[in-house]
Structures are given as structure tokens and as C-alpha cells.
Design a protein around this ligand. Structure first.
Ligand code: 5GP
Ligand code: MN
Length: 342
């Protein structure tokens, strides 16, 4: 954040404020971890923060400290609207543009008269009054740590804040393995453990909380995997019927796309998930090396994200979406073959 703006924000926050903190729709570990960490921090500073979550989030994040104090915009709309109306500033965390909140929440926030402050690591961020945007940082949670550092308050990081931040850094880095994981990330993580993040418990709560149905859904996903070695590409599909058969719950497909990328020699992994309720095909793109899935998702599938992890959607049927995808591959053969491979 530019120094002048940081000083301005510090002055603004030097007296007690009401603030609403929001993360993106379909929240993941980084969105929940960063918003809740900031909530605990602002509470300590004597402010009145409220986290408003756009919609349902996975069961394996419900244990996060503070999650019970959040409002859900979709089914606690009155309370959420009241909190937004009564706030002096809104913090936008872990997304680059208001449309990522879903149209109802986007419409509400577009009418918001006060300032926004953004903390985010996605590409192509929209412009807000206070901007802390850095696409080189692995997670918004690591940025919230640095934000607290910039505010001169690292000593205020307690076990709750440390736990929330650890969780988001862990989930957004694939447990500290993606390219975005730096020595600074590890130093931050070390400090969070010193401040009370119980690393073994956090890994356990997030990754060893599977239902039997979720494992069977993973089995189905793996048997649906298609490999295109000439394009170093592998993709997984899941139909709505398959999801129903294995009692699909929110978050059950989180991370499944990584199995496509775990194949030796594959640099482009994709999962196509049919969502009959929203009438879309939800797509997750992952890559290794220089092939930018952010650009690919942006150009062809109404999405975006980061160079090596992006999301998107299609309004066509599952079959048509896959056909479109497969027909795009030959144009990228060279790029895909030049992308890094272990
Ligand atoms: P996922 O595939 O897990 O939904 O998303 C991968 C990454 O891309 C996450 O960081 C997510 O926030 C981001 N992302 C997902 N969908 C979109 C989208 O439609 N637009 C943008 N800009 N980013 C997205
Ligand atoms: Mn993130």
C-alpha cells in the first residue's frame, strides 16, 4: 500500500469504527481465514467489525475461531444489510472485483456511500480508496499478516488470529508447496506457530474431516479423468447426478483438480463440475510453470484468478463445454509443451 494512503487509513482507524469485512462468494480457506483474522484484530483494537459471508462455505472451515459470529448475506439478509448500512468502511478480502460476491451482494455494495479498503492477491484488481494488492503473495492471509505488521501491531496477533492466518496460507499454498510459497511465507508461518497456531490440529481439521461420500465422489472423479498427453493436459468431469449419488456437500470437490495435475508430465489440470441449480458448469483450472490459466480462464470461460490457479464458468451444457475446451487445446500445444515439468 502506498505510504500516504497507509497513513491516511491509520489516522482513520485511530478512533473506534464500525466495519464490515467480506470475502468472495463460495469462500475457501483463504477467504474465511483472512476475514476472520482481520475481525479478531479489529476487535482487539476496540472497533466493531462484522464479517459478512456471501454464501455457504465448506463444513471443514466451520471450526475456525469466530465463524459463529459471521452473518450469511444469502439467508441473514436483514442483519447483513443493517451491518453494511451502519459501517464506516468496508474491507474487501481475497477477491479483485465486486462481481465475485454474486449479483445480490454486488448490487448492495455498489450503492455503498463510504470507502472500501481492499487486501487481495488476485490479478487485475478494480480500484478502491485503500488498496493493498500484491499478486506475488501466496495468500490474502499472508497479506493480512503484513497489514497488521504495517499497522505496527504484530504483538497483537493472538492464537485466534494466528490460527485463521495459518489456515488460509496452508490452503492457498497447497500446504506450502506451490511456487508462490517463499521464505517469507515460511517465516510468517513460523511466527504464527510461535503465537499459538497449532499446525497439526489445523491440518487435521481441514484435511482429515472427510465424509465417506466425499471419498466415493473422489473415486468417481478419478475414474472420469481424461488424459491428453500431447497437450500435457488432464481433466476431470462431474455430473450433477454423480454429485447427488454421493451426497455432495459444499467443499467436497475442493482440491480434486490437483489429482489431474499430480500425473507425471501433466502441466494443465482442469475440473468441470455441473451445477444444475445455478445452471452453470463450474470450472477450476490449474497449471505448472509458465502456462497462465488466469489468461485462459479470462479469455474463454468468464473467469480469472492467478497464473497457476484460476476459476471460471460456462453456460453451455457439460458436453458442449468439454467439446469447446478440447477444441481449444491444439492452439496451445506449443505453450503447454514449453511449460515447466518436473
Ligand atoms: P477455484 O478454482 O478454486 O474456484 O479458484 C482458483 C483461484 O481463482 C482462486 O484464487 C479463486 O479466488 C480464483 N477465481 C475463481 N473464479 C474466479 C473468477 O471468476 N474470477 C477471478 N478473477 N478469479 C477467480
Ligand atoms: Mn486467496
Amino acid at each position: 500500500m502506498i505510504q500516504e494512503k497507509l497513513e491516511e487509513l491509520k489516522t482513520f482507524l485511530s478512533s473506534p469504527k464500525s466495519m464490515v469485512i467480506v470475502g468472495h462468494r463460495n469462500p475457501d480457506g483463504d477467504a474465511m481465514g483472512s476475514t476472520l483474522a482481520l475481525y479478531h484484530y479489529f476487535k482487539q483494537k476496540g472497533h466493531k467489525p462484522t464479517v459478512v459471508v456471501p454464501n455457504e462455505y465448506p463444513e471443514f472451515l466451520h471450526w475456525l475461531p469466530g465463524s459463529k459470529s459471521t452473518y450469511r448475506f444469502d439467508w441473514q439478509n436483514n442483519q447483513s444489510q443493517r451491518a453494511i448500512k451502519g459501517s464506516d468502511i468496508i474491507f474487501l478480502l481475497d477477491f479483485n472485483a465486486l462481481h465475485r460476491l454474486g449479483s445480490d451482494m454486488q448490487n448492495t455494495l455498489e450503492k455503498y456511500p463510504n470507502d472500501f479498503a481492499m487486501i487481495d492477491h488476485h490479478q487485475q484488481p478494480d480500484d478502491f480508496t485503500y488498496m493493498y494488492s500484491d499478486t506475488s503473495i501466496c495468500s490474502t492471509c499472508q497479506m493480512v499478516y503484513h497489514f497488521i505488521e504495517m499497522m505496527g501491531d504484530v504483538d497483537l496477533i493472538d492464537a485466534d488470529i494466528a490460527t485463521c492466518l495459518y489456515t488460509g496460507i496452508m490452503t492457498d499454498t497447497g500446504s506450502f508447496r506451490f511456487r508462490s510459497t517463499t521464505s517469507t511465507t515460511h517465516r510468517v508461518i513460523a511466527d504464527l506457530i510461535d503465537k499459538g497456531a497449532e499446525n497439526d490440529r489445523i491440518h487435521n481439521n481441514v484435511y482429515d474431516a472427510n465424509s465417506y461420500g466425499r471419498l466415493l465422489l473422489l473415486g468417481q472423479s478419478l475414474s472420469n479423468l481424461k488424459i491428453y498427453p500431447e497437450y500435457k493436459t488432464a481433466f476431470i468431469t462431474l455430473t450433477d447426478a454423480e454429485k447427488k449419488k454421493f451426497d455432495f456437500q459444499k467443499g467436497d470437490t475442493e482440491g480434486v483438480v490437483n489429482y489431474a495435475l499430480s500425473l507425471k508430465g501433466i502441466v494443465f489440470g482442469v475440473i468441470f463440475i455441473e451445477d444444475k441449480e445455478q445452471q452453470i458448469i463450474k470450472i477450476s483450472f490449474r497449471s505448472k510453470g509458465s502456462f497462465s490459466v488466469n489468461e485462459f480462464a479470462r479469455k474463454y470461460f468468464n473467469g480469472g484468478g492467478h497464473d497457476n490457479a484460476a476459476g471460471g464458468k460456462s453456460l453451455d451444457s457439460l458436453d458442449e463445454t468439454i467439446k469447446k475446451f478440447v477444441e481449444l487445446l491444439p492452439a496451445y500445444q506449443e505453450q503447454l509443451n514449453e511449460s515447466y515439468e518436473a
